[in-house]
Design a protein around this ligand. Structure first.
Ligand code: PAF
Length: 289
C-alpha cells in the first residue's frame, strides 16, 4: 500500500490506475479509524479496483471552540487498518498541502446544510464541502464512499456533487454499530467508561421512535420527544433531537405529520464528546432489536 503525501501524488496515482483500465474508489476520512471506516474501505473495494483512503483532520470544518487540537491522530494504526480492509493507497496530506498559501476559495452550501448540525456548527458544512470538493478534484472520476452516521454531511456532499458536476458516484453506507447498538465514532474515544454506558440512551432513543413509527405514529413532535426522553437523562447537553425530511434535511415542525420515510437525528454532548446519530424511519431497522 502506498503512502501519498502530496495532492499531485494522489492525482498521479489515480490517473495511473485509470490509464491501466482500473476503476478508482475514494474513502475520505479524518483518521482515528475504526471498524466503521474499515467497512467503508471494503465497500469501496467491492466497487473499485484502486482504493485511496484520505486521512486529513480538516481545520476548516471545526469551529473555534471545537476539538481540532485534540482530535486523535493515529496514522500508523490507521494505515494498518485500511491496508487490511483492501486499500491501495493512503493519502495523508499536510494542512499546507490542502490549503496552500493564498487559498481563499470555499464551497458555499445551501438549505441542506441549514438545520440539524448546520444550525449548531456554523461554517462546518462549508468546511466539509470545501475539503471534499478538493479531494474529488484531485482524485478525478471515482466512486466515493461515506457513512450514513453523518447523514446530513452525506446529503450535503450529494448535493454539491450534483450541482458542481463532479464525475463522482456517491455511496452512503449504513452506520456500523457496536454490539450494544452505539454507533461507532472516533469521538467515542473521549468517553469515560461511565459515559460510554450512558451513551446507550442514544440507540434506545432512536429505537423508541422507530417502534412508535412502525406502530403508525406520524406526528414529528411525538417521534422526537420519544427519542428525547431517552437522551435527556444521560446527556450533558442536547444540541438537537429533530425529525426531518430525509432528502432535503429540513427539520419538521413539531405539529407536522411525516410521510412514509422520516429522518430522526440527534446531537448531544456527553462529557467532552459531541455524539451524533440518526436513522431513517421507514427505511432502516432500529439500532436495537
Ligand atoms: O466524515 C468525515 O470524517 C469528514 O467530515 C470528511 C468527510 C472526511 C471531511 O473532512
Amino acid at each position: 500500500m502506498q503512502l501519498l503525501r502530496e495532492p499531485l501524488e494522489l492525482r498521479r496515482a489515480c490517473d495511473d490506475a485509470r490509464a491501466r483500465g482500473l476503476t478508482v474508489g475514494l474513502v475520505p476520512t479524518m483518521g482515528a479509524l475504526h471498524e466503521g471506516h474499515a467497512a467503508l474501505v471494503r465497500e469501496a473495494r467491492k466497487r473499485a479496483d484502486f482504493v485511496a483512503v484520505s486521512v486529513f483532520v480538516n481545520p476548516t470544518q471545526f469551529g473555534v471552540n471545537e476539538d481540532l487540537a485534540r482530535y486523535p491522530r493515529t496514522l500508523d494504526s490507521d494505515m494498518a487498518k485500511v491496508e487490511a480492509a483492501g486499500a491501495s493507497a493512503v493519502f495523508a496530506p499536510s494542512e499546507g498541502g490542502m490549503y496552500p498559501p493564498g487559498d481563499e476559495t470555499r464551497v458555499r452550501v445551501g438549505a441542506t446544510a441549514t438545520d440539524l448540525c448546520g444550525a449548531h456548527r456554523p461554517g462546518h458544512f462549508e468546511g466539509v464541502a470545501t475539503v471534499v470538493a478538493k479531494l474529488f478534484a484531485i482524485a478525478g472520476p471515482c466512486t466515493a464512499v461515506f457513512g450514513r452516521k453523518d447523514y446530513q454531511q452525506l446529503q450535503v456532499i450529494k448535493r454539491f456533487t450534483t450541482d458542481l458536476f463532479f464525475p463522482v458516484t456517491i455511496i452512503g453506507l449504513r452506520t456500523v454499530r457496536e454490539i450494544d447498538g452505539l454507533a461507532m465514532s472516533s469521538r467515542n474515544a473521549y468517553l469515560t467508561p461511565e459515559q460510554r454506558s450512558a451513551a446507550l440512551g442514544i440507540p434506545r432513543g432512536l429505537t423508541a421512535a422507530s417502534r412508535a413509527f412502525d406502530a403508525g405514529e406520524r406526528r414529528a413532535g411525538v417521534l422526537a420527544s420519544l427519542a428525547r426522553a431517552e437522551v435527556e437523562p444521560i446527556a450533558t447537553s442536547i444540541d438537537y433531537v429533530d425529525v426531518a425530511d430525509p432528502d432535503s434535511v429540513r427539520a419538521h415542525k413539531s405539529a407536522e405529520i411525516v410521510g412514509e420515510r422520516a429522518l430522526i437525528a440527534l446531537a448531544i454532548r456527553l462529557g467532552g464528546a459531541r455524539l451524533i446519530d440518526n436513522m431513517v424511519l421507514g427505511e432502516e431497522p432500529p439500532p436495537l432489536p
